[in-house]
Unconditional design. Structure first.
Length: 424
């Protein structure tokens, strides 16, 4: 066996498709944070912290099997927010939506007006007790990320957004620094692109400076980006990538260097997947229509100049396929790509930089789970929770969670001076 199931977690009633990973109990090892929310409103209502074996450390809110599913990102993160060497849990509670607009007739994503404000809560990672809170603009409840907007030397400020239309820069003490209105897409990317010690914010169709000034902006033509990625090349220059109905590669000034039309470039990931060049780009092109019988997804690998190196068609029914890079082969080796959501009955898979399928994985459940439970949705991610320098594959869903490790021996230096009498 090339893979090993190292943890099978009984999630009981706190299982969730949203999972965050980080040290919560202060022992230096990663822990898990299962986050439940109301499906139609995205309102977070239960956080459960466990170790990687499922031992519950603390719980805030009331868990429910009904609140495990998601259709969007959620505003929750694990981070050492106050710089004291211990992680906090940060999450956002919503303002009251007055006369909400319903996307698709059911999803609460915006409102004509709001009552009160959204609130960012900062909890102690050790026990879940609240240690701080501050207000955010009322619609800012979709997702957030950390950035250095004020030159603190560390990412201690916030970029917050609503579903698709507004984004704000917020300082560490909760002061609103700026507001930008435009096509935000799903999730921004941040980096100090101009070397001034403060981060710029990239949303695909626009680049925003640390102070909210628009550096470039393009017409989204009623679209939005599904993925963003910023990567610095060995010569110090940057490439700005995003996906929507295609994959786009831009220079810092917004000049489009290359573009490939695709059905839906849902994820774009830069990495060193091969040893013949310093960086390549993995893209998952989702299938259409969104039915089991529709056109399957395809995994593409492009070089720096946008030339396609290879593509791998995914199984039938893979319209919801997603990717994340993974350090599966060990420190110093090339990265691989983890593909999941490949359709009912099709396992998640790891591909190497040559397009070979290296390993496959299926979600595992505790024995008491029903057949219906085992068909529930789940997501995949990766992190080095085992501490061997390689990432593990982590499944999380409303009815189960499990962790796989690479079972191949990891090379270690030869014990060149071994002896029964070690004294030097």
């Amino acid at each position: 066996m090339s893979t090993h199931l190292v943890s099978l977690i009984d999630v009981r009633d706190f299982g969730a498709e949203t999972l965050r990973i980080g040290d919560l109990d202060g022992d230096g090892g990663p822990d898990l944070l299962f986050t439940q929310s109301v499906y139609e409103t995205r309102a977070i209502n239960c956080l459960t912290a466990t170790d990687i074996h499922g031992k519950v450390l603390w719980q805030a809110g009331t868990p429910s099997l009904m609140n495990a599913r998601i259709y969007s990102d959620l505003p929750v993160q694990i981070y050492d927010w106050d710089g004291d060497g211990r992680n906090e849990v940060l999450y956002v509670t919503q303002a009251v939506y007055i006369e909400p607009y319903k996307a698709g007739g059911w999803a609460q994503e915006a409102a004509k007006r709001y009552e009160g404000q959204a609130v960012l809560h900062v909890l102690e990672g050790m026990n879940g007790r609240e240690k701080a809170r501050f207000h955010l603009p009322p619609p800012a409840d979709d997702s957030f990320l950390f950035a250095d907007l004020t030159g603190r030397g560390r990412r201690e400020d916030l970029v917050v957004k609503d579903r698709y239309w507004n984004m704000w820069g917020v300082s560490h003490d909760g002061a609103e620094l700026w507001h930008w209105k435009g096509s935000t897409g799903h999730y921004p990317a941040v980096a100090d692109l101009d070397g001034d010690g403060r981060d710029e914010v990239f949303v695909g169709f626009a680049l925003i400076d640390h102070d909210g000034r628009v550096l470039f902006e393009k017409n989204p033509e009623r679209g939005h980006q599904d993925a963003t990625y910023l990567v610095q090349l060995p010569d110090g220059s940057w490439r700005l990538l995003f996906g929507n109905h295609g994959v786009h590669c831009l220079a810092v000034d917004g000049t489009e260097l290359w573009h490939h039309p695709l059905r839906e470039a849902q994820h774009v990931v830069a990495g060193r997947f091969r040893t013949d060049s310093p960086v390549q780009f993995m893209v998952i092109n989702r299938g259409h229509p969104r039915t089991p019988e529709g056109c399957p997804a395809a995994l593409h690998l492009y070089d720096l100049e946008g030339r396609e190196i290879w593509r791998r068609e995914q199984p039938k029914g893979s319209w919801c396929a997603a990717i994340v890079d993974i350090q599966w082969l060990g420190p110093g080796g090339p990265q691989s790509i983890l593909v999941y959501g490949r359709g009912q009955g099709h396992p998640a898979a790891i591909y190497d930089g040559d397009g070979n399928e290296v390993d496959t994985f299926t979600m595992q459940y505790t024995a008491d789970r029903t057949r219906e439970d085992r068909e529930a949705g789940h997501y995949c991610t990766r992190a080095d929770v085992w501490g061997d320098g390689r990432d593990e594959v982590i499944f999380s869903g409303g009815r189960g969670a499990c962790i796989y490790a690479n079972a191949r021996p990891l090379a270690i230096p030869t014990l060149y001076n071994n002896t029964l009498y070690p004294g030097m």
